[in-house]
Design a protein around this ligand. Structure first.
Ligand SMILES: Cc1cc2nc3c(=O)[nH]c(=O)nc-3n(C[C@H](O)[C@H](O)[C@H](O)COP(=O)(O)OP(=O)(O)OC[C@H]3O[C@@H](n4cnc5c(N)ncnc54)[C@H](O)[C@@H]3O)c2cc1C
Length: 387
């Protein structure tokens, strides 16, 4: 697999290895994940088939470094895996994406002991990782969180509610951001690894969502959860900085998800317009249809260039990574919304039904404009970090 540490990382041209990875993920996604995508959405159930096939092919958490038993995929290879899975099933693409989101704080800032303990099971496919930043009253203003972690000898005791947690209940490990010093606002927040089986951890009912219905989203309740102090990720007070640094890298995975959803919708619509006849000929013969397809492909190509450029910036940890990650996520998710809406339009009345996949793709695309910071928040981030 395309691996980290390449000093000549060429951002615009994926290597031959990246192309081979794309081919193998596409084959797997079409054979093992696509057949269940409509059912997973309809029944709002976890895509277990996707998890099983991703684990069997070692594609569930490709970003984990080789030194901890992982595939050691670089940021672009990780993007390609997520993009190709999202092309057939957005819910399933949240398995590799959120495994990266949840574990990146440990990779970026955790002690060697934490890395060994938690990354090994993740790499093997024995455990999944979630990321707990948001709360009922702290979304865009994440630093306004209320969850507390109070030191008690060699332990911390956590109390609070985390909201909107992707894969909650399925994941074994949770990176939890909590206030350790309320006076210091964002500098008084620390990050911890909490385990599903820790006493006092419980989960709310799955949210009833518009899209990504196969990805469970639940509240996580922390009720006097007493964990060893060495489960803190990095030093006390650095949790918010770690959480934001994580998002700089992982917003690019949401861009990848958006890109995959958009590509899936374009591919489906392209085939449909050749088959559908009106006025005695395929609707693909009408220039009005051709121009729509051209615009869709143009936007996807631009989103892909921006996303791969941001992945290269993530791999190199460029100085402008914060801008690049926000720009890629914001642009690709806006493109996904436009392209999937146009795909529904191209299918006419049929596009508006659940007998065809494009309405699911349109519903799934919407979330990419909201999570890991809404697109308004991405614009705030970009404006503060103009190149
Ligand atoms: C399905 C799903 C999965 C999620 N998964 C996770 C997860 O795994 N972990 C996690 O921690 N969180 C997760 N989230 C939470 C997500 O990141 C938040 O929903 C998001 O950051 C927005 O927060 P909010 O919902 O509280 O909206 P609010 O912050 O209340 O925003 C409401 C509106 O106000 C706008 N707004 C707010 N502030 C500003 C401003 N300064 N300028 C302009 N506009 C502004 C927003 O853009 C939005 O349009 C998930 C959410 C969903 C829906």
């Amino acid at each position: 697999m395309a691996s980290s540490g390449n000093a000549d990382f060429d951002l615009y041209r994926p290597s031959e290895e990246h192309d081979m990875l794309r081919d193998s993920v596409r084959s797997l996604a079409e054979a093992k994940i696509a057949p269940f995508a409509a059912e997973v959405d309809e029944e709002a159930r976890f895509p277990q088939e996707a998890l099983d096939s991703l684990v069997a092919s070692d594609l569930h958490a490709v970003h984990v470094p080789e030194s901890y038993g992982g595939a050691g995929a670089d940021a672009l290879a990780t993007v390609i895996v997520i993009e190709e899975v999202a092309r057939v099933c957005a819910s399933s693409s949240l398995i590799p994406a959120v495994n990266k989101l949840g574990s990146l704080p440990v990779i970026l800032s955790g002690s060697e002991e934490l890395k060994k303990k938690y990354l090994g099971p993740l790499a093997k496919g024995d455990a999944m990782f979630s990321y707990c930043l948001s709360e009922p009253d702290a979304g865009s203003d994440a630093a306004g969180m209320k969850t507390k972690a109070v030191r008690d000898g060699d332990f911390y005791v956590l109390n609070g509610v985390k909201r909107w947690i992707t894969n909650a209940g399925v994941s074994d490990y949770y990176t939890v951001m909590a206030v350790t010093d309320p006076e210091k606002r964002s500098k008084g927040i620390s990050a911890f690894v909490v385990e599903k089986d820790d006493e006092g951890v419980s989960f709310g009912a799955p949210e009833k969502k518009l899209g990504i219905k196969g990805s469970p989203t639940r509240e996580v309740y922390l009720d006097n959860v007493r964990i060893p102090a060495d489960r803190m990720i990095g030093a006390e007070g650095t949790g918010f900085a770690t959480a934001m640094k994580t998002l700089d890298h992982t917003r690019i995975t949401i861009a990848a998800q958006a890109l995959g959803i958009a590509q899936g919708a374009l591919d489906y619509a392209k085939g449909y317009v050749q088959e559908r006849k009106q006025f005695g000929k395929p609707i693909a013969d009408f220039q009005g249809i051709q121009f729509m397809l051209a615009d869709m492909a143009m936007k996807i190509t631009a989103a892909r260039a921006l996303t791969y450029q941001a992945a290269a910036a993530s791999e190199r940890v460029d100085a402008d990574l914060t801008f690049q990650g926000a720009a890629a996520k914001c642009f690709a998710s806006d493109v996904a919304m436009e392209v999937t809406t146009d795909a529904v339009q191209l299918l006419g009345g049929y596009g508006y039904t659940r007998d065809y996949p494009v309405e699911r793709m349109m519903r799934d695309a919407k979330i990419t404009q909201i999570y890991e910071g809404t697109n308004q928040v991405q614009r705030v981030v970009m404006a503060r970090n103009l190149p």
